[in-house]
Design a protein around this ligand. Structure first.
Ligand SMILES: Cc1cc2nc3c(=O)[nH]c(=O)nc-3n(C[C@H](O)[C@H](O)[C@H](O)COP(=O)(O)OP(=O)(O)OC[C@H]3O[C@@H](n4cnc5c(N)ncnc54)[C@H](O)[C@@H]3O)c2cc1C
Ligand code: SF4
Length: 333
């Protein structure tokens, strides 16, 4: 085991001080359900961790008339089970309770969930596998290799690893914003701009600096929240990552036409993926089974399958169509 320093600040202000003077490579620690995992695999080797898990000021949930505000330290289980989230934003609640296991959700935080790293088996598998994300310049074992779970969207010649999280798919659908603090003060990052595609540098996964702390996640209030769902298809019914998932939010007007439409895809792209073409395909139209299928087809029209993951194009189309059906029922209740 590698030795590392453990720092436990008692406030956000202390955390910023600790980050300011931290050794290069120091990591923020929240629930530890990703970070400790990767340290045990020798993929993350921080000289120190700064533990924010016990900071009460980050562990908050506020449901206001204009926006939902989640502290970055809010536990996944608490947000999933919050009565106002379940009733007003079932798609957000479902994206959380369909993730991981109850024990993990009790421990894990929203901030940590958003910055979790890919589950690509070659990335986690150790130095016998080439992996540009783990060992820059070594190649990518997944391209031309076993790519059944890899990305259909947003990949590059360097990396095709999927973004594994579920909550982020609901957040991109709902135009969430992430507030971060760092040495230069506070800034807000639209959730759609938080994660980046691998391009030529798969080691860079998001736009945050190492000394920036996510303090809160804000979701603008929308009536599409009530007409929302998160459908996750996986190899087994629980405790597995998505083969394909869809977060959908709908408003259907008095004439039965879709007046607001939000569709995002999970498990199929290198970052949370908004399906704007699919949204446009439905706006102003009645939500018939054929229209839902067509929206799914529009969502996957530019998919780029590799060797073994082509089956997830049809799976994804059906996932979007099924999610639209559920969201449509909720929107018209
Ligand atoms: C067996 C297993 C199954 C899982 N299945 C799923 C699944 O189906 N769906 C899913 O979405 N997830 C799944 N996960 C991932 C799990 O949800 C994440 O591990 C968890 O959400 C991470 O939260 P944490 O608080 O433990 O983060 P940590 O492990 O503490 O941190 C994760 C990363 O985020 C950074 N970080 C944490 N908080 C902050 C902050 N406030 N500001 C800046 N950076 C921060 C850390 O530095 C670290 O890089 C699974 C995990 C395991 C182990
Ligand atoms: S897909 Fe990305 S993470 Fe997986 S082996 Fe290739 S470079 Fe590494």
């Amino acid at each position: 085991m590698r030795a590392f320093a453990y720092v436990a600040p008692t406030s956000v202000a202390d955390t910023l001080d600790a980050l300011r003077t931290a050794q290069p490579g120091t990591k923020i620690l929240a629930g530890g359900t990703t970070l400790y995992d990767l340290m045990k695999l020798d993929i993350e080797t921080p000289p120190a961790v700064i533990d924010v898990h016990r900071l009460a000021e980050l562990n908050t949930i506020d449901v206001g008339a204009d926006e939902l505000v989640f502290g970055s330290g809010a536990r996944m289980a608490d947000v999933a089970n919050h009565p106002a989230i379940k009733a007003g934003y079932p798609g957000i609640s479902e994206s959380l309770w369909r993730a991981a296991s109850q024990q993990l959700r009790n421990m894990a935080t929203l901030g940590g969930n958003l910055l979790q790293r890919t589950r690509c088996a070659y990335f986690r598998g150790g130095s016998e596998f080439p992996c540009n994300k783990r060992a820059p310049g070594s190649g990518c074992a997944a391209i031309g290799g076993h790519d059944r779970g890899h990305a259909l969207f947003g990949g590059s010649d360097s990396c095709i690893a999927t973004y594994a999280g579920d909550l982020g798919i609901a957040l991109i659908a709902f135009d969430a914003v992430v507030d971060v603090v760092g040495p230069n003060g506070e800034r807000s990052v639209p959730f759609a701009e938080l994660h980046v595609e691998p391009g030529e540098d798969p080691t860079r996964e998001h736009v945050l600096a190492p000394d920036e702390l996510i303090v809160r996640i804000r979701v603008p209030a929308t009536p599409a929240g009530r007409g929302s769902t998160y459908l996750k298809i996986r190899d087994r019914e629980s405790y597995a990552f998505a083969l394909a998932s869809a977060a959908v939010g709908l408003v259907i007007d008095g004439e039965g036409l879709v007046s607001e439409c939000r569709i995002a895809l999970g498990g199929v792209a290198t970052r949370p993926w908004r399906a704007t073409e699919a949204e446009q395909a439905l706006l102003g139209r009645p939500l018939t089974p054929q229209a839902a299928r067509s929206a799914g087809e529009a969502a996957f029209a530019t998919a780029r399958p590799g060797t073994y993951n082509g089956f997830r194009v049809e799976l994804g189309i059906r996932t979007v169509a099924d999610a639209l059906r559920t969201a449509g029922e909720r929107a018209t209740r």
